[in-house]
Design a protein around this ligand. Structure first.
Ligand code: MG
Length: 384
């Protein structure tokens, strides 16, 4: 079933801690299953994508975003003869390292950590599956296969890559990851470009009229209006978005098939040796996708109402970091024990433990903690 250039049980580079092969599953299926059962995965339900969880029950969270990435990823993987289990595993794990409050939270934590090596959510996702989850008798982390970890680590500074050994090697040698990793990277973008249009319209922060200048939206919206002139606006939006996803996914499949054929790759190693990714949009759709991305940045992510919430959440992260750093007794017993084991003077290791603790929080837990430390009544929401 799998194409010769797909990742497979036969060509996996294996796990850091050797384990017997699973009896009734594939290696990447086991990875996917371990991710679904881990605590960081369940927390995604209460972590912000764009809109804070309490702003409405229908907006995407990190969890539903990750599920949509997995859905889009599997569609492309199956059409190209790639490994669906690996694709799904990478998709479900790709945002495990996200802080509460979305990108604002990550930027704030990065700022707090600037003297201690910084904070980067992508690297943190790897840290969650490699070290932070404590579930198995024989090792810390989930002991996932090389291919799943390779897919999670989307980007990495060369300086840091050197510290990551085999996994960081490709950023130094300028090589590619597996096709499954490449496609999840794109499926992530396809998912958020589309669901953010949906959530943006639902919130009222963007309007259909403004989107009429954006090719990807306008082409499908006009078709929907022509074919179904009488349907309600909400239904027309959904019909438009499903057609947008279909259009882009179809484009990626055709274009990637062409590039794979042209490159003549016959194995995962020849995929990794390519100078450029083989999964991608056609040039025309790449331009349209970029236009949509820019539109969302300008009209949704930079919208005053989103920014107002952002500013409050930055304050919450800064206050939590400062409070725990000033007085470790405010931390839970387990983190205090870990701090006690750090040798005096190792401030980077101490700060990292605090960052790990904050990064693991859900939005509402961070708000409750913030109120507890301030000695005020729990403010379970930010003002929107
Ligand atoms: Mg994502």
């Amino acid at each position: 079933m799998l194409a010769p250039y797909a990742a497979s049980d036969a060509n996996t580079r294996g796990r850091v801690y050797p384990e017997p092969r699973p009896a009734h599953r594939g290696e990447h299926q086991r990875d996917r299953d371990r991710i679904i059962h881990c605590a960081a995965f369940r927390r995604l339900e209460y972590k912000t994508q764009v809109f804070i969880n309490h702003e409405g029950d229908l907006f995407r969270t990190r969890l539903t975003h990750s599920l949509e990435v997995a859905q889009i990823g599997r569609s492309i993987a199956r059409a190209l003869g790639l490994n669906e289990d690996l694709t799904e595993a990478i998709a479900l794990a790709h945002d495990l390292g996200h802080t509460p409050f979305g990108h604002a939270g990550q930027d704030a934590l990065n700022d707090c950590m600037r003297d201690y090596g910084g904070f980067e959510h992508n690297l943190q996702s790897l840290r969650v599956v490699d070290a932070l989850e404590e579930r198995y008798a024989g090792f810390n982390g989930l002991n996932l296969t090389f291919e799943t970890r390779e897919g999670i680590l989307k980007h990495c500074r060369v300086k840091l890559a050197a510290e990551l050994g085999e996994l960081g090697r490709r950023f130094i040698d300028k090589r590619q990851p597996s096709l499954e990793a490449q496609l999840v990277n794109l499926a992530d973008e396809i998912a958020y470009n589309n669901h953010d249009v949906d959530d943006g319209l639902r919130s009222g922060l963007i309007e259909i009229d403004a989107l009429r200048d954006i090719g990807l939206f306008a082409e499908q919206y006009e078709t929907v209006r022509r074919l179904h002139p009488d349907i309600a606006s909400r239904r027309a939006v959904h019909e438009t978005i499903r057609r947008m996803i279909d259009r882009v996914v179809g484009d990626v499949i055709v274009e990637s098939r062409r590039r794979i054929g042209q490159a003549g790759v016959t194995s995962i190693d020849s995929v990794r040796a390519q100078p450029e990714p083989l999964i991608g949009y056609s040039p025309a759709v790449a331009e349209q996708a970029l236009a949509l991305k820019r539109f969302l940045r300008r009209h949704l992510y930079a919208h005053e109402q989103v920014q107002r919430v952002t500013r409050q959440s930055v304050q919450v992260i800064q206050d939590l970091f400062a409070a725990y750093r000033a007085d470790p007794h405010r931390l839970p017993p387990q983190t205090r024990e870990q701090l006690a084991a750090v040798r005096p003077g190792e401030e980077t290791a101490r700060a990292r433990l605090v960052a790990d603790y904050i990064a693991g929080m859900t939005d509402r837990f961070a708000l409750a903690e913030h109120a507890r430390l301030a000695g005020s009544a729990p403010a379970s929401r930010l003002n929107t």
